[in-house]
Design a protein around this ligand. Structure first.
Ligand SMILES: [Fe+2]
Ligand SMILES: [Fe+2]
Length: 301
């Protein structure tokens, strides 16, 4: 695959890069009667995704702020537009996950407390103590993680066959848009902030430790709120971690693309676009219905 030309634009049509399309006002039916354990009745799988949902609104606000630190230095019109569309997409993700998270708060999950702690960590600590280049590198590294998880999760349709169609549709939409804008923070980091190789590497190491730590900590709280005994929780964790990291597990296909970040000539669009994207975007264009578009990925599987 040819190396992308980073000189003038963020567009690499030869790598199947789609346009970044902000989609607003989508209806996922999140006000409906969604079961507490919406992922096939499985507490671990449900709470794994719920924990990420709690982290998204503040996390995405942080990403927008860190990329926009460099907005005034971006002169290329295509890159400026990419920055605007990236911010619009992330703002929509925050909004929809906030709506979903009110359901979690209603279940007794301490959503406000978790978000307040996260705000302190990201905005009072990271954004005041670290350089702008460092927080941008953390953003680009987080975007690498979300994009490769998005790619992999959307392709592993068998894993999500028994998830609630409405919540699944929210995650598939989020995943698709994460892939659409996966090059934005990276390009600003490389072309504008001129972040060097070692800071880029260090940023992914930091994010790779922090992200699972926070997710598992929140899950632990959620499973206690669910009323499981200590013994039951042990069983849920053992089975769940095997589902995540065991042979054939959800994270298996993520490992190889994860490591590509550490190659000196890495660029997010070297991995192109997964086939599910076209199926989803075609159905979405025709129907305007994100649930239909998400279900389209599961019909032939
Ligand atoms: Fe997002
Ligand atoms: Fe993103």
């Amino acid at each position: 695959m040819p190396a992308p030309d980073l000189s003038s634009s963020t567009r690499y049509p030869e790598l199947d890069e789609p346009p970044i399309t902000p989609r607003e006002g989508l209806d996922f039916g999140l006000d409906g009667d969604i079961p507490r354990h919406w992922f096939g009745g499985d507490a671990f799988k449900t709470r794994f995704f719920d924990a990420m949902s709690v982290l998204f609104p503040e996390g995405e606000r942080f990403f927008i702020a860190c990329v926009c630190d460099y907005r005034s230095q971006v002169t290329d019109p295509a890159q400026r537009q990419a920055l605007i569309d990236f911010s619009k997409q992330e703002a929509q993700h925050s909004k929809v996950h906030l709506t979903f998270n009110t359901r979690l708060a209603g279940q007794g999950i301490k959503v406000d407390r978790i978000m307040a702690n996260q705000r302190k960590f990201l905005f009072d600590l990271a954004r005041t103590r670290l350089s702008k280049a460092h927080t941008l590198a953390l953003t680009a590294a987080s975007e690498h993680l979300t994009a490769l998880m998005a790619d992999s999760f959307v392709e592993q349709t068998h894993q999500f066959a028994d998830a609630d169609a409405r919540v699944r549709a929210m995650y598939v939409w989020h995943a698709i848009e994460e892939v659409e804008h996966k090059g934005v923070a990276f390009d600003v980091m490389q072309q504008i902030a001129k972040v060097g190789y070692w800071l880029r590497i260090w940023a992914l190491i930091e994010v790779s430790i922090q992200f699972p730590f926070f997710v598992f900590q929140i899950m632990s709280h959620m499973l206690r709120v669910d009323g499981f005994s200590r013994l039951q929780r042990w069983g849920i964790w053992l089975k769940g971690l095997y589902w995540l990291y065991g042979p054939g597990g959800l994270m298996g296909p993520v490992i190889k693309p994860y490591l590509t970040w550490y190659k000196p000539g890495f660029h997010p669009w070297q991995s192109g676009m997964v086939p599910s994207f076209k199926k989803w975007s075609d159905t979405m264009r025709q129907s305007g219905d994100p649930i239909k578009a998400s279900n389209a990925l599961y019909i032939s599987n």
